[in-house]
Design a protein around this ligand. Sequence first.
Ligand code: PMP
Length: 407
Amino acid sequence: MGNFDIQKVRADFPILRREVNGKPLIYFDNGATTHKPKQVIDGIVDYYAQMNSNIHRGVHYLSQISTDAFEVTRRKVRAFINAKHEHEIIITKGTTESINIVASCYGRPFIGEDDEIIISAMEHHSNIVPWQMLCDEKGCKLRVIPMNDKGELDIDAYKALFSERTKIVSFTYVSNALGTINPVKEMIEIAHRHHVPVLIDAAQAIQHIAVDVQELDADFFAFSGHKMYGPTGVGVLYGKEELLNKMPPYQGGGDMIRDVTFEKTTYNDLPFKFEAGTPNIEAGICLTQAIDYIQDIGLDAIKAYEDDLLGYATEKLAVIEGIRFIGTAAHKSSVISFVVDGIHPYDIGVILDKQGIAVRTGHHCAQPIMSQYGIPGTVRVSLAMYNTKEEVDTLMVGLERAVAMLK
Ligand code: PMP
């Protein structure tokens, strides 16, 4: 595990020193949001104490340093995902907004009646509903890549979904409910054989897997800051220049214009065309600290550590009486979803919380997955780089206690 120093990592996250219900916090809800290292928290305080000013507007000093810091983030993101150009990086509110921008600004002009959009059976609602809204408006249709009982997409069925009506493909890199890592590069290649662009929802990948959007040849790529140790209210939409250039703006307002008269408005160049209004400035700026944090440790070291922990936790949990894992794909990342015979996931979540252990229970904004498995929801343990084997051992004790109480 190379230079990965778990004690040093944990010391960077102040919240890990707090107690919940009289017990040391054990946080396994990282798929929902991760905690923030002190570097990010300090960055936010520093922004308000030293820089606070609107960006891209003022000639004055504070506005200039805020603007520069915000643009540093854009440069960081470009390098982090190896985009070709800085102006291909649109700073958004998060993955949800990034996907909505594509559904709206690519979908409305370029997808028409009876055209088809391919998504997968394991999408988060934010990669289903925007496309459904487009279908309602335009009369286009959703086609869904099926998945098997292990939670793996059926690639032959995917190949068979394409027709001359297919206009875009949009699917998740890693499933938030199952942990499945999809064969993204292969799936993009298949779509490109049909000249169809692909959007990758990387909300659950960006914090675990090193990404190169040019190598993947992704056309659009979306993720959120808050799931990668960064602030809430900031995310990224990467899009290839030629696609973003032919799309109309998402919202109208300040910053996205070149000239405004009452007769006609002309729009700004990329990336500002898609960044109307004042953004969440401190979050945008402090995404830099989150990326620096991840890069200082290195995604390969993080992945090796997390994969080892995932294997350990899966093996441990398997001995719980009546446990059934939901999602047993060969390639998985950092998520263990399960049900226990005869026990509602919610009840397990409540009892674990009493012991200071945070897990997620429910459908995880992926109701179609739960329908496929015929369950209302799961208990989800989602790991981050600051979790430990000792925490997994404590979870085991808590789970055994919960199961004994609830049986
Ligand atoms: N896609 C996936 C796979 C997710 O896990 C999430 C967040 N749970 C989202 C999209 C939406 O992200 P956000 O709420 O940050 O916009």
